[in-house]
Design a protein around this ligand. Structure first.
Ligand code: 13P
Ligand code: SF4
Length: 343
């Protein structure tokens, strides 16, 4: 079959492209309709060729669409796994198939590498909810109380913080500080959910994720009524009330691990909707109930702008060195372990 993309004459679905990408289609065939493949396959083939030519690597968050997640990303995972992967790569160029704060984190950990974000508008409502000035005001209000900052923040905010955390390690980070009180920002729900599981008192902030705050306990009860026996896994950016009526709460990687370990016959991932497609591709024998709350920021990343990023080596992430030095400390403390009083 020869399907011609008239806008980009070199992106034709030739029989060569079809055979080179057949193994990818095999992987995603239960989540990508066959009719869409002739559009994706030439882009996938071109991206994978260019990656090799330029010694580039693509880091893909669990919320990427399946044609990105399964077909062009070299390393995938939650934001903690992507940060760890960023410390290990020997590539010259890192393309972040995720949102801007993830690209900034990769840059902090790889100051000499070229880190690209395919669409500069891939932001995050949590990252936008707090500024460095807000953090300074909180520190003035609670002198000496350590600030634990979710990685879903700008480098400016990280630079004002003592240590970072992700949804995958928040409990461990807060308990590991060995203090009686912490400030946790910006996600109010992550902080409230963490507070239930840790020893220190947690001072919260008012940030929210626009995707997860939409879920309500009655949504979960409806899912259970219409899907008897369904196992409900919720991200800790959901409200504590939603977490309370779920069977498990964990980071995106935590949810995948749960599915792999327990193999529930019917499961719902209460989070961004592409993730269910990505996990369903790996577990075709399980039934995924798919409520769909899209993250408009994550969805700014597409195969076409990943290709453009590789071709043009734009948009490069730069961080003011005066900020980067302090922000890097917060991220490295998270990755390496740290207690107040230590350097
Ligand atoms: P994870 O660290 O669990 O992947 O979460 C990142 C995120 O943006 C969730 O909305
Ligand atoms: Fe930010 Fe929420 Fe989108 Fe994650 S899902 S990137 S927290 S807006």
């Amino acid at each position: 079959m020869n399907v011609v993309n008239t806008a980009q004459p070199d992106l034709r679905f030739t029989s060569e492209v079809q055979s080179k990408t057949a193994h990818f289609y095999e992987k995603v065939k239960n989540v990508i309709p066959e009719v869409e493949w002739p559009v994706f396959a030439p882009l996938i083939d071109r991206i994978n060729t260019l990656k090799k030519q330029k010694n580039a690597v693509i880091l893909g968050h669990n919320y990427m669409t399946p044609e990105i997640f399964h077909c062009v990303a070299d390393m995938t995972g939650d934001s903690l796994a992507l940060a760890r992967s960023a410390t290990k790569t020997t590539a010259d160029i890192i393309v972040m198939a995720g949102v801007h704060f993830m690209a900034e984190t990769a840059k902090l950990l790889n100051p000499s590498k070229k880190v690209l974000i395919p669409n500069i508008q891939a932001g995050c409502s949590l990252a936008e909810s707090v500024t460095a000035t807000d953090v300074r005001a909180l520190k003035a209000q609670y002198p000496g109380v350590p600030v634990v900052t979710y990685v879903n923040t700008s480098a400016d905010v990280k630079a004002e913080s003592d240590i970072c955390c992700t949804s995958g390690n928040a409990v461990e980070i807060v308990n590991g500080l060995g203090v009686s009180r912490v400030i946790m920002l910006p996600d109010e729900f992550l902080a409230l959910n963490t507070a239930k599981l840790v020893k220190p008192e947690v001072i919260t902030y008012k940030g929210r994720c626009i995707v997860h705050e939409q879920y309500t306990p009655s949504d979960i009860l409806n899912m259970r009524e219409t899907n008897p026996g369904v196992v409900v896994l919720a991200h800790p950016e959901c409200s504590p009330e939603v977490v309370a009526v779920s069977d498990y709460s964990g980071s995106t990687a935590g949810m995948i691990d749960y599915v792999a370990k327990h193999r529930p016959a019917k499961v719902v991932l209460v989070t961004e909707c592409s993730m269910s497609d990505n996990v369903a591709a790996d577990f075709p024998d399980l039934e995924f109930v798919k409520p769909c709350n899209l993250c408009p920021f994550m969805k700014k990343i597409e195969l076409s702008n990943i290709l453009a990023a590789l071709e043009t080596e734009q948009t490069e992430v730069h961080i003011d060195p005066a900020i980067a030095g302090r922000a890097r400390i917060s991220v490295e403390r998270m990755l390496n372990g740290w207690r107040p009083g230590q350097p």
